[in-house]
Design a protein around this ligand. Structure first.
Ligand SMILES: [Zn+2]
Ligand SMILES: [Zn+2]
Ligand SMILES: [Zn+2]
Ligand SMILES: [Zn+2]
Ligand SMILES: [Zn+2]
Ligand SMILES: [Zn+2]
Ligand SMILES: [Zn+2]
Length: 1783
């Protein structure tokens, strides 16, 4: 064997080491040999120099080499030795010996998606990993999705975790395999070595991690040559902040704060970090400084140690050994079993085993070491059934100590050993075993009690301070208790019973210590001075309640357990009550009925809201029926004295009366603390174990009592004895306060009666199921209003599995309405369930009650129904509770109601309220319903309300009801009164009928009733008609209002107007009969002129737009943009050298302009703006106020609509009013002559330049400048006719009267706008824009006006995309603000040429022409492939008029031939674009059209295609068919034509063709016609039919285009780098349909900067799809000297400072703009209920909603993100406080 190893490892000393190990092993000295080897090697590999000793200086290289060395030197030999051969092969062989896995056990990383099946899980902690889930049947069940917090593993295959289908398809394969001891399967020699190796390695790792002497090593690891270096090790705690740590470090080790941040990050991530390396002294010094600067009065200092480097080295290696062990046992079940056995083996010395040592030392370890220990436990012990059991026994045994350590520790729960509880206690068999054999229940509860209470005389006393301060850490035993109890046992044995009851007893002790907690005494006179603390009791209650409820559930499953438990609780209750001496009793009388009651006045003596013992007993009472027990079954009590009904009643009644008094405002002086308690008492989170149980207890007591006595006890406790005896009324001396209190208390009392007798929807009380209970809750919620699924869920209590039962019932009572593009889907109650509405439903808050009543009233009125909400019909009571109803017919009840009604009837009485009447009538209704129900269901009844109520003649309750009829003071309840009287008569009839009365009377009654119904219907119908009429009138008024105020609606950009804006404004002068043409001398007259008059929003004056008038401006927002970029990520390298004139077709960088459309006078706006600036300057002196806009960047909010703006666009008059078309009409110059002239111009200028250059003799590296040559020098070489035409065309007219008469103000505003575009394009951040007349330093830059032209083209291109993206027609679909924006831009741009320095403009024109009509190749002039043709068209349109200007030409002139130039330009640029398209074509297959005949155009295209490609020297592997080519060309050129049409439409005001106002029609031909282009565009490049069409670009030019330098290179670099035509609209990245795929992508993403660590906040850029590690120090970078988070850094390269992201964990959209602004936005992922789930709180499956994603796409493409962010920030103050730059 050894020889074979040597052979395989030739040349490597591994073989020697292996041989040595083998030798030692054979001698039985393997441990010594290994220790010696490690002692030698480990300090050499780890922490060898300052570079690797100090955490932050560990470069990736250093880490890697350390990794490699430890692998090669340390692990490799060990593996070879262990395997006795090549490890890779041996491990693989071992793996094949494994039983196919039946358990998945995949350990989750932070953020990994987990799935739980709501139908099948045993408890909510059972989860699947994504792989298993996708291969399981649960995919089709109701599942819940969430992200793992790290730790925990996949439960696939665990039969106890799932009620059905515990295996996915993968792990099903492991079923039915014979399980054999896995060790026996191992080859014996490997097994023998493994026992040794694994033991030594584990022992070593644990010894080293727990090593406490920092100065030196254990003797057997001491190296032969001792070193003398140390490090200062800084440890993590959760007390000190990042800032404190950073601060301390900068002082202690004198580092930059950036480095300190890195240290702090490492400390936080790993739990410790070495911060200094050196001799002992210097390390000690650093430690002292850190400790000094972090200790304060309140906190202890940071933990710092000085460690010998060799200790560090061995600890680093120990961590690696643990990892290695985890890997090794992963290969083989046998090896795993060996490791587990070793770990659990108690050494002969009697010391604890390794696992126990780790358990007890957990809090002594640092973060990563802990996590590694937990991981190896999970990967070995918990994966092996037998070991898991042993482990759990150890864990239970050490539970109290481990919890105690955790309490003293400061690390999070997730990195503590106690987080493993969930892995053990949720396994039902294990939990049961631990309860039975190791008394787990008692241990857990006792542990909790010991942590927070002290025991005195056998009673526990809770330590309030501990509860208050440490509850977050204290609560874990309570959670564990929930796990342990989650599975109710299906079988009991004596031992289980004994141990359970033992635990139950301790629980009762705990509850006893809570009983009566935080009692309060009503404050009279003065308000309390200090609000008492109340939260801790409620925290305890909330965490304890589920466990208590589950314990009651356990009791319910066995009669004997139930009885024993019942006795324990009764005993506790009786002890609390005290002896009879301490309870004072007294006698009370009401109408001849007498009762002995407890004398205790709630308004004077202390009362508590915490009665857990009473409530536990109430819960047990409900279970009695299941086992045939009754309240009085003798076996219940045994030796105990059964408690009297009064004993049961007293405590809960006090609490309820106190709450009634709080509602009656009698406890106002007790402050907020009490109000909060009452709120939670009733709140959905607590009420099941508080309010509901108290009501049940009262019902229990009531069922056992005489109803009269019960009512007297209630009246007494409510302090209403005087009222019922009529004392107040008689004495008449009651103060207002007293009267008010009494009235409110009577209301509360009556409500209380409604609840006690009416709340029967609890299984056990009424004959109902738990579905009925949930259904009723749902009905009542939906009676408030229709609700979304989440709102409904929130209103319902959750059970232990977080289930509300909602889904099971909601469809039976409600219908679901789907959501639109915004909002949520909602459930609406089905109409037939409105009859179940009870306004006094006991879970309604007061607000719910009034809202629901309002809603019902409104609905009933609309439907013409009676407005009464009578008491609904109720289910029957169960046997034990059947006597509850007797309350509704007893003498005291009838007396009480009569009393109320009599007072209402008495005109002088002050002691009545409407609310009282309402309740009294409701109660009477309930009594009648009950009697009716009983008549219908049982043959004998003793219920005799009707009889009692009619007794006494005119003094009877019945006649009191009749007396109320028509009384105005009860008007609001008149309908209810009618209903009650009708029901009364009905029940009376029933009763008579039972006694054989005639039917005739009844029939009469019914008919009278139906008559009133009919009348009501008629009235309602009339009311409905009236409503409709009013609505119609209003709608008419609204329409005419819109008509009258059209401009207003247009200007504000609302969507009210249905007519598209571009076509409505201005007066339709002449409707052109001919087809509209917008280009050239023959263009149609302008009929569509917008922006002619406006109202200044600041001074409200109307202003006509004309050249000489006061300048008006639009508020505008100019932003740099990469939205159109086809080279995402390409950034402007050198702004100083950027040439904005020759724009690359990938449009990687542009400036977009938008406006809110609001118009102001320029001077009004300037004053407004200056005021803002001044205000901000003043404000800055005092304190920094966070604004949503940045004044120093020129930003402001539109004074009307608060839209973000940063400049203004001047509104200029339409060109048609300035330059009449007639001027240019008579010039004639053919296209070829025009082309010839321009070509000559370029040639001549180039020659001139080159000559100049030669003269200069490369004296400077200045860019060669093309200067135009004078016009005559061109025309002299032309034919006479052509020369004349050319001359006329370009003759500059400054004195012909056509001079543009723009005011200074206009010019100033134009300059301002250009400056804004310029700074936004070229400065990052944009320079502050200055206002006023001062000259900006940038104004000298020739590029300033060009950037303004560029933004015009860019904005038009954007709008074209937007329309295309939404499938809208080109014309008539833009919003008014978009239309206004481009109209204003086009006007500014077209006159800007004539307002700037003519010579500069002329040079620009010449440069454009040299690119378009290339002659000699020139530097800085690109080939046509690198030119965006729409930009070129716009720029040439602006500049060509000034082509022949010289230094003598003054600014402000114009030429005649604008229109003709436009036409020729259109032809030339289109032709160039076509060649561009042909060159860039990349056909991969040729279509063979079946039947299509080849058209002339098609063959022309093929000819051209071949020609230009041959000319350019490109390969054409595939020759497309003519038809294919024609389609391609037409599609490709379309975006250009569409942009051009928009441009000329805005420029000329020529009506758009009707075809282009519809969607879905072919646009190509209408566009060509509108732009004066031939429909067959090939005729621009090829003389087709022989006839001279007059606009062919000659072949010589094609050839220049194709031979220009750069063409070949561009084409050769392949289609990927070329812009593809047709240019497609950029979209946000496609997102997966299922959100779990997104989570998964987020979970596999690791922080790119910290060596494979998980990212805490993975965030996806929706523009480019890149995943980022956001909101984390690790990925901060510097931007302009400030640290920013990954998202902020990313938007500067990806989105020009604007970004849209998906935050994966939070499932929310993040919008960012600039460094300081951002907002969160709902994600486009919705659940089946049409709701998004921010933070994945509900966990329903989420799917992408395409409409909502399209909405986001539109938001992004329309450049509205900054605007949206500012709107959000203005509306939401909390957004202003978020430091967005750190995201
Ligand atoms: Zn799994
Ligand atoms: Zn599985
Ligand atoms: Zn399932
Ligand atoms: Zn004004
Ligand atoms: Zn506005
Ligand atoms: Zn990171
Ligand atoms: Zn991006």
């Amino acid at each position: 064997m050894a020889a074979k190893i040597a052979g395989n490892l030739e040349g490597c000393n591994v073989s020697i080491i292996v041989q040595q190990l083998q030798g030692a092993y054979e001698r039985g000295q393997l441990k010594n040999a290994l220790y010696q080897y490690w002692a030698q090697q480990v300090p050499k590999i780890f922490f060898t120099s300052a570079e690797v000793a100090i955490s932050t200086q560990r470069t990736p290289d250093a880490v890697q080499s350390e990794e490699k060395l430890s692998r090669d030197v340390l692990f490799e030999p060990l593996e070879w030795f262990l395997c006795g051969g090549n490890p890779a092969a041996v491990f693989q062989q071992l793996q094949s010996l494994n039983n196919p896995p039946q358990l998945c056990g995949k350990v989750f990383k932070v953020g990994e998606p987990t799935y739980s099946c709501r139908d099948c899980c045993a408890d909510p902690t059972c989860v699947f990993c994504i792989e298993c889930f996708n291969k399981s049947t649960h995919k089709t069940h109701r599942y819940r999705m969430s992200t793992s917090g790290g730790g925990g593993y996949c439960d696939c295959g665990d039969v106890e975790a799932w009620k059905q289908d515990p295996w996915c398809d993968i792990h099903k394969q492991g079923l039915g395999q014979q399980s054999q001891n896995p060790i026996e399967k191992l080859p014996p020699d490997i097994a023998a070595r493994a026992w040794e190796v694994l033991k030594i390695a584990l022992q070593y790792a644990v010894d080293m991690l727990l090593w406490e002497q920092m100065g030196g090593l254990p003797q057997d690891l001491e190296p032969s040559v001792p070193q003398n270096t140390y490090v200062t090790m800084l440890f993590n705690d959760e007390i000190h902040t990042y800032e404190q740590v950073i601060n301390a470090l900068t002082k202690a080790i004198n580092c930059e704060s950036k480095e300190a941040v890195e240290f702090a990050t490492v400390v936080d991530r790993e739990g410790r970090s070495s911060v200094r390396y050196g001799n002992r002294k210097s390390c000690d010094e650093a430690r002292t400084v850190i400790q000094k600067s972090t200790s304060s009065v309140r906190s202890k200092p940071l933990k710092v140690e000085v460690m010998h480097t060799s200790v560090c080295a061995h600890q680093a290696f120990a961590q690696k050994v643990l990892n290695w062990l985890g890997q090794v046992v992963n290969h083989s079940d046998g090896l795993r079993h060996i490791l587990c056995t070793t770990a659990l083996q108690q050494p002969p010395t009697g010391d604890p085993c390794v696992v126990e040592r780790l358990m007890l030392a957990d809090t002594a370890l640092w973060k990563t070491a802990r996590v590694q220990c937990h991981q190896i436990m999970m990967g070995s012990l918990l994966m092996d059934q037998e070991s898991k059991k042993q482990f759990s026994v150890l864990y239970t045994r050490n539970y109290p100590q481990v919890q105690k350590d955790f309490m003293a520790d400061d690390h999070d729960h997730g990195v503590s050993i106690i987080s493993l509880s969930v892995q053990i206690f949720t396994v039902p068999t294990l939990a049961r075993y631990l309860i039975m054999e190791h008394d787990l229940l008692a241990i857990v509860i006792r542990t909790f009690l010991d942590q927070c209470a002290s025991c005195r005389h056998g009673r526990y006393l809770l330590d309030r301070e501990k509860l208050q301060k440490n509850f977050r850490r204290l609560q874990f035993p309570l959670l564990d208790l929930k796990y342990v109890l989650s599975m109710v046992p299906d079988q009991w044995n004596d031992q289980l019973k004994r141990k359970f009851l033992n635990g139950f007893k301790i629980m009762v002790e705990l509850l006893t210590s809570m009983q009566g907690m935080d009692s309060v005494t009503r404050q009279v006179g003065q308000h309390i001075e200090m609000e008492p603390e109340w939260e801790s009791a409620f925290n305890l209650q909330i965490k304890l309640a589920p466990a208590v409820a589950m314990m009651a559930g356990w009791c319910a499953t066995d009669k004997m357990v139930l009885i024993d438990a019942f006795r324990i609780v009764v005993k506790a209750l009786l002890e609390i009550r005290g002896t009879a001496d301490t309870v004072k009793m007294c006698k009370r009388r009401v109408c001849d009925q007498e009762a002995i009651v407890v004398d205790y006045t709630v308004s004077r003596e202390p009362v508590s809201i915490h009665l857990p013992i009473c409530r536990l007993l109430a819960g047990l009472y409900l279970q009695l029926g299941k086992h045939g027990l009754t309240f009085n079954s003798p076996e219940l009590y045994g030796p105990l004295q059964p408690p009297s009904a009064m004993d049961l009643l007293e405590q809960p009644l006090r609490t309820l009366v106190m709450i009634a008094q709080v509602h009656a405002e009698m406890w106002k002086r007790n402050g907020y603390s009490l109000f909060h308690q009452v709120y939670y008492y009733h709140n959905v989170r607590c009420r099941a174990e508080m309010q509901d149980k108290d009501i049940i207890m009262l019902q229990v007591a009531c069922a056992q009592m005489d109803p009269n006595q019960f009512l007297i006890a209630l009246l007494n406790k409510f302090e209403l004895m005087n009222w019922i005896e009529d004392v107040t009324e008689k004495g008449g001396s009651a103060t207002d306060d007293l009267l008010r209190f009494t009235n409110s208390l009577v209301e509360e009392f009556l409500t209380f009666l409604i609840i006690i007798t009416g709340e029967r929807y609890v299984p056990g009380i009424g004959q109902v199921s738990s579905e009925d209970m949930v259904r009723r809750e749902v009905i009542h919620q939906l009676c408030i209003s229709p609700m979304a699924h989440s709102e409904l869920s929130k209103a319902l209590p959750e059970n232990n599995n977080y289930e509300t039962g909602l889904e099971g019932v909601v469809h039976s009572v409600a219908s679901f309405k789907k959501p639109g593009v915004t909002g949520m889907g909602r459930y609406e109650l089905k109409p037939e369930f409105y009859k179940d509405y009870n306004p006094f439903f006991y879970h309604y808050t007061r607000a719910d009650q009034s809202k629901s009543e309002e809603a019902q009233l409104k609905r009933k009125k609309q439907e013409g129904e009676s407005t009464a909400c009578p008491p609904p019909e109720l289910p029957a009571l169960s046997k034990e509770f059947s006597s509850l109803v007797n309350v509704l017919e007893c003498d005291v009840f009838v007396h009480t109601i009569r009393m109320v009604l009599r007072r209402v009837n008495s005109s002088r009485s002050r002691s009545w309220t409407e609310a009282m009447v309402h309740r009294a009538l409701h109660l009477v209704g309930m009594a009648l319903n009950e009697e009716k129900r009983l008549y219908q269901t049982s043959p004998y009844i003793r219920f005799n309300f009707v009889k009692k109520a009619t007794e006494g003649g005119s003094n009877s309750l019945y006649s009191a009801l009749h007396d109320l009829l028509g009384k105005p003071r009860i008007q609001n309840h008149a309908d209810l009164l009618t209903w009650v009287i009708d029901r009364f008569d009905e029940v009376k009839d029933l009763k008579d009928q039972k006694q054989g009365a005639s039917d005739a009377q009844k029939a009469k009654k019914v008919s009278s009733k139906s008559k009133t119904d009919a009348e009501r219907k008629k009235k309602a119908e009339a009311a409905r008609k009236r409503r409709e009429k009013i609505l119609a009138q209003m709608s008419d008024m609204q329409k005419s209002f819109i008509r009258d105020n059209l401009e207003l609606f247009e200007a504000t950009g609302t969507e009210l107007s249905s007519s598209p804006s571009m076509e409505v404004e201005g007066s339709p002068m002449v409707v052109p009969s001919q087809y509209p043409v917008a280009v050239g001398p023959d263009r149609s007259p302008a009929t569509h002129v917008t922006l002619t008059t406006s109202t200044c929003i600041l001074c409200q004056e109307d202003q006509e737009v004309a050249a000489g008038n006061k300048c008006v401006v639009l508020a505008a927002y100019v932003q740099r943009s990469t939205a159109l970029s086809k080279s995402r990520g390409k950034v402007l390298e050198d702004p100083d050298k950027y040439d904005p004139l020759l724009v690359s077709p990938d449009l990687y960088h542009g400036v977009h302009t938008s406006t809110c459309g609001h118009v102001m006078h320029a001077d009004c706006w300037q004053r407004f703006y200056e005021a803002i600036v001044a205000r901000e300057q003043r404000r800055a002196l005092r304190f920094r106020h966070i604004l949503s806009y940045e004044v120093d960047r020129g930003e402001f909010l539109c004074p009307l609509c608060e839209t973000l703006s940063n400049t203004v666009i001047p509104i200029l008059p339409p060109s048609s009013t300035i330059q009449p078309d007639s001027v240019s009409a008579d010039i004639s110059l053919s296209f070829s002559d025009w082309l010839d002239g321009l070509k000559k111009t370029v040639e001549a200028s180039q020659r001139a330049m080159m000559k100049e250059e030669e003269d200069k003799m490369e004296s400077s590296d200045d860019m060669p400048v093309l200067s135009p040559c004078p016009l005559p020098s061109i025309t002299k070489n032309m034919a006479e006719m052509a020369a004349q035409g050319f001359q006329q065309l370009f003759e500059y007219m400054t004195e012909t009267g056509a001079q543009a008469p723009y005011s200074d103000s206009v010019k100033e505003m134009m300059k301002l706008f250009s400056r804004a575009t310029y700074t936004n394009m070229l400065h990052d951040p944009p320079l502050p824009t200055k206002f006023g007349l001062g000259l900006d330093p940038n104004d000298d830059d020739d590029r300033v006006p060009i950037t303004a032209w560029g933004t015009c083209a860019y904005t038009i291109r954007t709008l074209e995309w937007l329309l295309r993206d939404q499938g809208k027609p080109l014309f008539g679909s833009l919003s008014s603000r978009q239309a206004d924006c481009i109209t204003a831009l086009v006007r500014v741009v077209t006159v800007s040429g004539s307002l700037s320095d003519p010579q500069t403009i002329s040079k620009s024109a010449l440069r454009l022409l040299s690119a378009l009509l290339p002659q000699e190749p020139m530097k800085n002039i690109p080939c046509i492939l690198d030119l965006d043709m729409f930009f070129t068209l716009v720029f040439l349109h602006v500049t060509i008029s000034s082509l022949y200007c010289d230094e003598n030409t003054a600014a402000g002139g114009t030429i005649r031939g604008v229109a003709l130039n436009d036409k020729h330009l259109m032809h030339l640029v289109t032709a160039a674009h076509l060649v561009q398209i042909l060159l860039a074509a990349n056909f991969t297959s040729a279509d063979t059209p079946m039947d299509t005949e080849e058209t002339a155009e098609g063959s022309a295209w093929v000819k051209l295609f071949m020609a230009v490609r041959k000319e350019a020297g490109v390969q054409t592997p595939v020759v497309p068919s003519g038809w294919q080519l024609q389609t391609y060309v037409r599609e490709s050129v379309l975006p250009f034509l569409r942009c051009s049409a928009l441009f000329f439409h805005c420029h000329t005001g020529v009506q758009s063709p009707a075809q282009l106002q519809e969607s879905g029609v072919s646009e190509f031909e209408p566009l060509c016609q509108y732009l004066a282009l031939p429909a067959d565009l090939s005729s621009l490049l090829l003389q087709n039919s022989g006839a001279d069409v007059g606009h062919v670009v000659p072949h010589t030019i094609h050839s220049k285009w194709c031979h220009y330098p750069g063409i070949k290179e561009s084409l050769a670099s392949g289609p990927a780098s070329l812009v593809k035509y047709p240019v497609e609209v950029n979209r946000l990245v496609p997102l997966p349909h299922d959100y779990s795929d997104v989570i998964n992508r987020g979970s596999v993403f690791t922080c790119p900067r910290s060596d494979g660590d998980d990212s805490r906040a993975p965030t996806m850029c929706l523009v480019c799809g890149q995943m980022l590690c956001s909101q984390s120090y690790c990925c901060q970078t510097d931007l302009e000297g400030e640290p920013v988070g990954a998202c902020t850094a990313h938007i500067y390269t990806c989105g020009a400072g604007v970004g849209i992201f998906l935050r994966v964990r939070e499932c929310q959209i993040l919008l960012l703009t600039g460094k300081t602004k951002g907002c969160f936005y709902p994600s486009p992922y919705l659940d089946d209920y049409g709701e998004h789930d921010q933070g994945l709180r509900r966990g329903n499956p989420l799917y992408l909603c395409q409409e909502r994603y399209r909405k986001l796409q539109k938001l992004w493409l329309s450049h509205s993100i900054p605007e949206e962010v500012v709107h959000f920030m203005e509306a939401n103050a909390s957004f202003a406080t978020i430091e967005w730059q750190h995201l």
